[in-house]
Design a protein around this ligand. Sequence first.
Ligand code: MF3
Ligand code: CO
Ligand code: CO
Length: 275
Amino acid sequence: MTITIKDAEGIVGMRAAGRLAGELLDYLTPLVKPGISTNEIDRLADAWTVAHGAVSAPLNYAPSGHNPYPKAICTSINHQVCHGIPNDKPLKKGDIVNVDVTVIKDGWHGDSSRMFVVGEASLAARRLCALTHEAMWHGIVRVRAGAHLGDIGHAIQQFAEAQGLSVVREFCGHGIGRKFHEEPQVLHYGRPGTLERLEAGMTITIEPMLNAGRREVREMGDGWTIVTRDRSLSAQWEHTVLVTESGFEVLTLSPGAPPAPAFVPRSPALASAAS
Ligand code: MF3
Ligand code: CO
Ligand code: CO
């Protein structure tokens, strides 16, 4: 029932796991094209992970109340919000797909997801993907020792709703470390100055799910896939972030990660991961 604080050794482990998750997404990026199935992406992702001395955390992951997750990654297409299960259906031009990967390297978890536009998509779909990326960063820049979790949620919600997008409430970011999902919950909505205070050495994910329509979601009969009730498009981005005294270090950056928006202060960690 407590939030874990990573010591120097834990931070080294979390950096390596986070970097590997980012590099896995870099490896998958050129594959996400019309005609490939999400099962093919899943098989390639798992093989790459194993070849890099790591394990796919989602495979057989079974939190209470769930059947074991059957695949190595999550692929959530169009109105799917999260936890989409890869299958044999080919991706088609105009789809937007979230690929969410979590690797376990030397016992530490790295968790990250990105949106991919398959071929050319509608302006509305591209805008949703871009604004959700920006929303994630509005949350990330609030991270520092002494800040409240509510500051993160508020920043994301305020930005999203000002753009006419809705914030999914049922799923949230989380502490992460030796376990996939640790305390605390990181809500993507809220009030400034509320909830737990962050401390240096905490590692959390920030992973907002934003809908073009209403915020309500439902679970499909497979027990995993979450979709928007109104079938509107949904997008999500995720990074794993270390809390530091002076701010944050994004652990899942890699050379292929889309650049942070211009409002994000340049830090040595950002500059080195981007090179
Ligand atoms: N990667 C997801 C997250 O960001 C969790 C997926 S759980 C799974 O927390 F079992 F669906 F893989
Ligand atoms: Co996560
Ligand atoms: Co994830």
